[in-house]
Design a protein around this ligand. Structure first.
Ligand code: FES
Length: 99
């Protein structure tokens, strides 16, 4: 199993995601100011959608998602780790208005 997976975004950007960090950390390390608050799968602010690839929450539960979100492929990157290379979309960045 490789130590680093590739994350492709709908912007065309591709970033590296080392196995030991979660997807939110990988996105923010790449300079993307992804919206977040709790960093623990509760608030749902960080949610984005998996287009392809596999991820794991390990023992954590995505409490911040509704069932219909999960059915549509939404995940909480603050508690998700890549298992394979991934393709993500619907990433919400902090706007200037939000600070
Ligand atoms: S930051 Fe709250 S669910 Fe991810």
């Amino acid at each position: 199993m490789p130590d680093t997976h590739r994350i492709r975004l709908d912007t065309g950007q591709t970033i590296d995601c080392p196995a030991q960090i979660n997807l939110l950390e990988a996105l923010r390390n790449a300079g993307l100011n992804v919206r977040k608050a709790c960093r623990n799968g509760i608030c749902g602010l960080c949610r984005c959608r998996v287009v392809s690839g596999e991820f794991t929450y390990h023992w954590k539960e995505p409490h911040g998602l509704w069932q219909k979100d999960i059915e549509q492929g939404f995940i909480l990157p603050c508690i998700a780790h890549a298992v394979t290379d991934l393709e993500l979309d619907h990433i919400v960045l902090v706007t200037d208005a939000e600070g």
